[in-house]
Design a protein. Structure first.
Length: 552
């Protein structure tokens, strides 16, 4: 198991797990459950006792004796979080999970003292925190669905039945497990709200990256934490990396500005791209610890992980990164991955005469009006944005209107400064101006396609707009697109939310496409729309040679 020799760690807890829990299934079913290094680290920190705690057998300090009231383990798929949690439940159910004072010379934990006839003993080092079982453990295994709780419960039952714990817990039921001393282990989902009022001493919360206000699991978590505080109990959370747009329990617990939540999360460096096969292999070797790998005697086959991850990268790159790369990345809510967007903020403003496409999205007063450019080598850059200002009282100025003459002047500046091959404009409320600009900036020579430079692009036609959005998002997340950092453009891009539409990219491409829509909180996304139109214009415009080949 290794030797941590860390003052304050209740070493008897992980040692008890290895002596009593067994592998629940597979070819090694029934063999001793040997902790991986990441599991040993987690249990050692979870059972770290605060310095100076005194022990009173008649009134012992329960959960508050430990440094951490909760722990959260973030790990990729197939890491073994289910058996890990099952072993933790066993320990909290019948093992030494409470602080029982500081050891002096000769102190020993004997299973026989606590109703277990296996004969196991643990000799304490002087000064080591000692442990004892709960007299009446009340445990809840909690997840979003019954199928999810089964991932733990189905590992827990054989872990008990196939090893020495079968004599301590003689019957493991289909719905709950009765523990010595009147305790029990239950499974709970959001649909079993009646159980949430029960007293609890330990709660295992699984896949908390999926626990949100929308599915009512955030309320479940809050209720369980209150119940635990009343009993001196604690919680252990496990999850994959989460979608940062969903504000899950995993995210709020991980980001909480407190030091009494233990956080264990092995993240790859941002210099590696999960979408690159070579980088992905390096990431897998970072997030899957060496002793878990089959080549080192563990259960994880990296070739099998890659076989699962590769097609998911093509189908749903965000999900692949979260599931197998242990990377926090936006999924189905936020349209643009904020990490990918930030990483591509390396562009510089193009020089005069550079060939560019333009994108325009306008409003009258309430929404923003934004003009964005994009070079043919895929650098998106801001040109101008007009947003409703606030009054001296801090409220929106209801009398303000977009200065149309100023907008027209900025469009003229863009055409005079750059070699504009094409401009796409969303027409609502700006049809007259767009028609005027189409006449004003039409080329005097060339093919019909080359002459027409200002074109309407109705974003309400979802089949067309979805392809432009897909091109932009793919260019940032998987391709070579960059952008010039700009506060307004970034705010609009990261505010945009996905809305699926009834169209597919091509007959041989089964991806469901989406368009940009406003989030529920009403943040503006006009810059995101203009950026998509500019990128589309730059990528589809005819090749042009001179910025001066038109006649005003």
């Amino acid at each position: 198991m290794g030797d941590l020799d860390i003052d304050g760690v209740m070493h008897v807890a992980p040692a008890w797990i290895e002596a009593h829990c067994v592998v629940p299934d597979g070819f090694r079913a029934g063999q001793p459950f040997e902790l991986y290094d990441y599991q040993l680290l987690y249990f050692s920190e979870y059972y770290r006792v605060r310095a100076g705690i005194e022990f009173d057998i008649d009134n012992p300090v329960l959960g508050p004796a430990f440094k951490h009231r909760r722990g959260i383990l973030v790990g990729p798929q197939k890491l073994g979080k289910g058996p890990h949690t099952a072993a933790h439940v066993c320990l909290e159910g019948v093992g030494p999970s409470l602080f029982a004072g500081w050891a002096v010379a000769g102190d020993v934990y004997r299973c026989s003292d606590w109703g277990c006839g296996c004969g196991w003993e643990h000799a304490y080092a002087v000064g080591e925190p000692m442990g004892m079982p709960w007299p009446t453990p009340l445990i809840q295994i909690t997840a979003t669905s019954e199928e999810q709780t089964d991932n733990i419960y189905d590992a827990l039952r054989p872990m008990i039945q196939l090893g020495p714990l079968a004599d301590v817990v003689p019957k493991t039921g289909e719905e709950f497990i009765r523990l010595p001393g009147g305790g029990r282990i239950d499974t709970v989902t959001s649909s079993a709200m009646s159980r949430l009022g029960q007293r609890v001493t330990f709660v295992a919360q699984d896949e908390v990256g999926l626990w949100t206000k929308l599915n009512k699991m955030a309320k479940v978590a809050d209720t369980q934490y209150r119940n635990l505080s009343g009993m001196g109990g604690r919680a252990s959370l496990t999850t994959n990396a989460w979608d940062p747009t969903e504000r899950s329990v995993a995210q709020t617990e991980y980001e909480a500005p407190v030091d009494d939540v233990y956080r264990q999360f092995s993240q790859p460096p941002k210099t590696l791209s999960y979408l690159n096969k070579r980088d992905r292999a390096k990431i897998h070797r970072i997030v899957y610890p060496p002793d878990t790998l089959r080549e080192n005697g563990g259960h994880i086959d990296l070739d099998a992980i890659e076989a699962e991850a590769a097609p998911m990268v093509a189908r749903d790159p965000a999900q692949a990164q979260r599931f197998y790369g242990n990377i926090i990345v936006a999924g189905g809510g936020q349209a643009m991955d904020p990490v990918a967007w930030a990483a591509k903020g390396i562009g510089v403003m193009p020089a005069p005469g550079t060939a560019v496409g333009l994108g325009f999205d306008g409003s009258i007063s309430n929404d923003s009006t934004v003009l964005v450019g994009c070079t043919t080598d895929e650098c998106i850059f801001p040109i101008a944005a007009w947003e409703r200002p606030k009054t001296s009282q801090g409220t929106p100025d209801a009398s303000w209107r977009v200065p149309r003459l100023e907008v027209a002047a900025k469009v003229k500046w863009a055409f005079e400064t750059f070699n504009v091959g094409r401009m796409f404009g969303d027409p609502p409320k700006w049809e007259t101006e767009l028609d005027t600009w189409a006449d004003e900036y039409r080329r005097s020579s060339g093919t019909a396609e080359e002459r027409e430079r200002v074109l309407l692009f109705d974003t309400y036609k979802h089949a067309r707009f979805a392809r432009a959005v897909d091109r932009l998002v793919t260019g940032i997340t998987l391709g070579n697109a960059t952008h010039v950092p700009d506060d307004v453009l970034t705010a609009h891009i990261l505010a945009a939310v996905k809305k699926k539409v009834n169209t597919t990219a091509d007959d041989d491409d089964s991806r469901t496409l989406f368009v940009f829509v406003k989030p529920d909180d009403g943040r503006k996304i006009d810059g995101a729309i203009a950026a998509a139109l500019a990128y589309e214009a730059a990528m589809t415009m005819p090749v042009v040679e001179s910025a001066r080949s038109f006649v005003y």
